[in-house]
Ligand binder design. Structure first.
Ligand SMILES: *[C@@H]1O[C@H](CO)[C@@H](O)[C@H](O)[C@H]1NC(C)=O
Length: 383
């Protein structure tokens, strides 16, 4: 009657263990370049969906960068700058990438001394080479710079995106919080960057998305399955297990749909960077879970001839949700890169849930076997 024993418990543990990877890779570490350039460091910048890759050679004080950013509109510009004298825009020595009048991607330098129209000029550093590409909604700005002050290995940097370019001059950018906070300090040798903190609503949204989905797909759905699978063995738990199972899964579904919606929103906001696997598994989970909710309405009576098939489908979908849900939690953790303790915490929770399932599986089998033996004995005494 039951699918293979211990499968549930081992599934939990195997999934948890095999997907556990201690790597701390940020999004930028999976970005590659068509020219096969490699950089020593990269940072996911905290605002404007931008990424900076760089290598620094202290002996020559050469800084090689790739700055990846979505312009505010397709014909807009993106900029990365060092500010040697201050923080923020005024005083920054900027590289700006955009499409020139001939339709080719170009990189120009600007000494941003005042707010107002920019004029191309020499800057604080020497630009040995520069180029830019536009594809998939993203501009990639490449440059090799020689910094004039060898001992200065921590610099203030600023990045920006703008909507348009008029007659070869980048037009002014928006003044939203993200545009004003997109600055930080960059340790060229150690690879740390701290952006201005506070007001990062994107991080907040990502955290909300993470919490809702971990609670729903990663914890509540598995617990709901355990309730259905093991409480049913005890005659005294009937029909309580059924209502517990239903309320657990319906609330998990409600939270899961909210988490799913925040994921769609995040996906639509993240131009040019799509986590295909995570997104597709998410969509599959939503579809499977929605069918499961309808299963409740279509459930044939216990003695109906179709009930057998309904059981197979309902259990199959349930185990698919269980597996995909846990896989997607780990995929999400890899994308979100929270502190290690959160990943550890989830692994502990899921291992405990898995341990409980293993224990209940053993108890269930003991009970079922004992019952079978008893009925057999009863029959033989009657005969
Ligand atoms: C940039 O402009 C400011 C103000 O006009 C000027 O003082 C500074 O020397 C300029 N920097 C460079 C590298 O030309």
């Amino acid at each position: 009657m039951e699918p293979s024993s211990l499968s549930l418990a081992t599934l939990f543990l195997l999934t948890a263990v095999s997907l556990f990877s201690p790597s701390h890779s940020a999004t930028c570490t999976s970005q590659t370049f068509t020219n096969n350039k490699l950089y020593a460091f990269c940072n996911d910048l905290p605002f404007l969906n931008s990424y900076l890759h760089w290598s620094y050679d202290p002996a020559q004080s050469t800084l090689s960068i790739a700055f990846i950013s979505p312009p505010a509109r397709p014909h807009g510009w993106v900029s990365w700058a060092i500010n040697p004298t201050s923080t923020g825009m005024v005083g920054s020595q900027a590289l700006v990438a955009f499409r020139d009048a001939k339709g080719e991607m170009t990189v120009k330098t600007y000494n941003v001394s005042v707010y107002g129209p920019l004029t191309e000029s020499k800057v604080w550093y020497e630009v040995k080479e520069s180029s830019a590409e536009f594809s998939g909604g993203l501009i990639r700005l490449f440059a090799t710079l020689v910094l004039p002050e060898k001992e200065k290995t921590t610099v203030n940097h600023v990045w920006q995106v703008g909507p348009s370019v008029t007659d070869g001059v980048p037009d002014k950018h928006e003044f939203q919080p993200a545009n004003l906070n997109s600055k930080g300090s960059l340790d060229l040798l150690r690879g740390q960057s701290d952006g201005a903190s506070g007001g990062d609503s994107r991080t907040q949204k990502r955290n909300i998305h993470g919490i809702l989905n971990v609670v729903s797909w990663g914890i509540m759905f598995p617990i709901g399955i355990i309730i259905a699978r093991y409480l049913r063995t005890f005659p005294s738990a009937d029909p309580a297990w059924f209502y517990l199972h239903i309320s657990c899964q319906v609330s998990a579904y409600a939270i899961g749909v909210a988490g799913w919606a925040t994921g769609l929103k995040l996906g639509s906001e993240s131009k040019g960077v799509t986590y295909y696997n995570h997104r597709n598994i998410g969509i599959a989970l939503f579809a499977l879970a929605t069918v499961q909710i309808f299963a409740l309405l279509l459930r044939p009576n216990k003695d109906h001839k179709y009930r057998f098939y309904w059981n197979i489908y309902h259990h199959g979908f349930g185990y698919a949700i269980l597996t995909l849900g846990i896989i997607n939690v780990f995929k999400g953790l890899n994308i979100l890169q929270p502190e290690q303790k959160w990943r550890d915490a989830y692994i502990i929770v899921i291992a405990v849930v898995g341990g409980i399932a293993a224990l209940l599986e053993a108890i269930t089998w003991t009970i079922v076997l004992r019952r079978k033996r008893k009925t057999k004995n009863d029959k033989s005494t009657k005969a």
